[in-house]
Design a protein around this ligand. Structure first.
Ligand code: OGA
Ligand code: MN
Length: 285
């Protein structure tokens, strides 16, 4: 069966048809997928039936895997129940312990694990159980956000460094062992250029991590707060984004180097279970 790539028509994202990811990809198939991924930033494969082994094998075609992030909840459950490369994202509680991270809350716009020196270039997310509504995941194209950035904002971030806070998760919970940030200038985390160049496509993208406790180095806290508020309001404009409504068996891969994402909250009395891998990346430059 031939591979078909069907763009969403929004600022990013495409569905790839004609592949069964429970089977190894041929080199030709992988090359087609990789090119579609560079072109569209987020790829959707529907109707997949993959085991954790399959998920890991598919993910490893793109590169070596990172171990899952530390969060308040995965310490309590998820990660311990699975293998270190698989991060369980779930609101399900078993025997008083969450089986995964992020619960049922809204996750604010962010890019994955940008608080480490070499953040994962990609994340792969596979849906095993989904609620009847809510829990949609949105993505925004950071090449386009940079292209459309007003001149004064562009000048304000050109050649600047952002500190990416490590203390909280994307749902705003303190990670296990982290202290609340009292001064964004001294938040723990990693420092990356506000504009990065994608090593494979050569494109330039805004790279801000997440709003909470972010700090634009070289400005006063007040100036940094104002600039970051404007930058995030710009990135969140609907013309840069696409929202994915999950079906069972959907598998997404996205590029953390040129996209941000967020998740809607959902009704906590319903179950949502997702398995995620993260593919190692370089230090942003
Ligand atoms: C992630 C994430 C969103 C979701 O996997 O990095 O933010 O839909 N998940 O659960
Ligand atoms: Mn995420």
């Amino acid at each position: 069966m031939a591979i078909e790539v069907i763009p969403t028509g929004a600022a990013l994202g495409a569905e790839v048809r004609g592949l069964d990811l429970s089977k190894p990809l041929t080199d030709d198939e992988f090359e087609a997928v990789q090119q579609a991924w560079y072109d569209h930033i987020v790829l959707l494969f529907r109707g997949q039936k993959v085991s954790d082994d399959d998920l890991v094998r598919f993910s490893k075609r793109f590169g070596e895997l990172d171990i899952a992030p530390a969060s308040a909840t995965d310490m309590a459950g998820g990660q311990a129940l699975s293998r270190p490369e698989i991060w369980i994202i779930s609101n399900v509680v078993e025997n008083g312990k969450p089986i995964g991270a992020l619960g049922d809350k809204e996750a604010e716009w962010h890019t994955d694990m940008s608080y480490v020196a070499e953040p994962p270039m990609a994340s792969v997310l596979y849906s095993l159980e989904i609620p009847s509504k809510g829990g949609d995941t949105s993505f925004a194209n950071m090449y386009k956000a940079l292209e459309d950035l007003p001149d004064d904002l562009r000048a304000a971030v050109e050649n600047r460094i952002v500190n990416h806070d490590a203390s909280t998760t994307s749902v705003g919970e303190l990670r296990a062992g982290a202290n609340a940030v009292l001064d964004v200038r001294t938040a723990p985390g990693a420092k990356h250029p506000a504009i990065r160049t994608h090593p494979a496509t050569g494109g330039k993208a805004l790279y801000l991590g997440r709003r909470l406790n972010g700090y634009l180095e070289g400005y006063s806290v007040e100036e940094s707060e104002k600039l970051l508020d404007r930058l995030w309001a710009h990135c969140a404009k609907p013309e840069f984004s696409w929202t994915h409504k999950w079906q069972l068996g959907d598998l997404l891969i996205w590029d953390n180097r040129c996209a941000i994402h967020r998740r809607d909250s959902f009704d906590g009395s319903e179950r949502r279970v997702m398995h995620r891998t993260q593919i190692k990346g370089d230090a942003p430059r």
